[in-house]
Design a protein around this ligand. Structure first.
Ligand SMILES: Cc1cc2nc3c(=O)[nH]c(=O)nc-3n(C[C@H](O)[C@H](O)[C@H](O)COP(=O)(O)OP(=O)(O)OC[C@H]3O[C@@H](n4cnc5c(N)ncnc54)[C@H](O)[C@@H]3O)c2cc1C
Ligand code: FES
Length: 255
């Protein structure tokens, strides 16, 4: 873990925050799709640092987009400019970068976090992208204006308060019936990942799923992040992921 400091903290919507951390050594090495483990509290509770995707990198700073879920994220949300934090990373494998586009991204809620950095990379490489972005309600769709500078956005909410009503996989399937991207990359809740994995296989599009798992070591040592592999055995999300080819994942076992 290395010592770093909070640069800014901004509340974007109820329960959602954008945390910018001064960490030039980590920012310099970071690649889209990787994550960091962060600890921003002194007590032993919670004991372990929490993993977060790298949302953006700017001027030696790491930007994290997170949702408050439990004690660790609640403590992070109380941090202010200048407060000390500890960071470990960057960890995990970067997202795959195809030679040709388009790339279709599918995000469920806070699963959108790693896609901004990746969209910037796609733009640098001249690859076009579309973002299918689903949430329960309009407050769950974050930074839409920023994302729309980098990709065509298809907003979807379960309650219909913004964009298409229903599940994000419905417009995804409609689009797949007309066109095929070079790659699909999805990040979000397990049910959404399972559905996207199945669609990728049905329409024969290479599909990667960015998996979430509880993490202790972040280095392939503790098996805390193991997810069942298709055909037997386990995938270690921290070192083989977080994004893995959907054909390697036992989709039925995703919880
Ligand atoms: C590689 C990776 C990248 C991530 N990136 C982000 C991100 O960019 N933004 C963000 O908001 N969150 C992200 N997460 C999830 C984040 O790590 C958890 O929300 C956080 O650890 C919760 O900690 P807590 O102490 O607040 O809550 P806890 O008390 O630890 O958990 C609260 C609830 O969330 C569930 N939970 C906790 N961690 C996870 C997890 N990893 N997967 C599934 N369920 C979990 C617990 O079962 C519990 O029900 C990422 C997770 C991984 C593995
Ligand atoms: S978190 Fe320890 S093996 Fe992945």
């Amino acid at each position: 873990m290395i010592a770093a400091r909070v640069y800014t903290q901004r509340r974007l919507a109820p329960g959602y925050f954008l945390l910018t951390i001064e960490a030039p050594a980590v920012a310099e090495k970071a690649r889209p799709g990787q994550f960091v483990r962060v600890r921003g509290w002194y007590s032993r509770d919670p004991l372990l640092p929490r993993p977060f995707s790298i949302h953006e990198v700017a001027e030696g700073r790491l930007v994290l987009l997170y949702q408050v879920r439990g004690p660790g994220t609640r403590r992070l949300s109380h941090l202010r400019r200048g407060d000390p934090v500890e960071i470990d990373g960057p960890l995990g494998r970067p997202f795959p970068l195809p030679e040709e586009g388009p790339v279709w991204l599918v995000a469920g809620g806070i699963g959108v976090a790693p896609f901004l950095f990746y969209l910037q990379k796609l733009r640098e490489n001249g690859l076009s992208a579309r973002l299918f972005y689903g949430g329960r309600r309009r407050d769950d769709l974050l930074r839409l204006r920023r994302f729309s500078t980098l990709a065509g956005i298809v907003p979807v909410t379960e309650d219909g308060s913004r964009g298409r009503p229903g599940l994000v996989t419905v417009p995804l399937e409609e689009a797949l019936q007309k066109n095929r991207p070079a790659l699909i990359l999805a990040c979000g809740p397990p049910g959404m990942l399972r559905a996207v994995g199945r669609l990728g296989e049905l329409y024969r599009v290479p599909t990667y799923l960015s998996l979430e798992a509880m993490m202790a070591c972040g280095r392939g040592l503790c098996l805390g992040c193991a997810v069942p592999r298709r055909g037997g055995g386990y995938l270690k999300v921290c070192v083989e992921g977080p994004a893995v080819d959907s054909r390697e994942v036992d989709l039925e076992a995703l919880v």
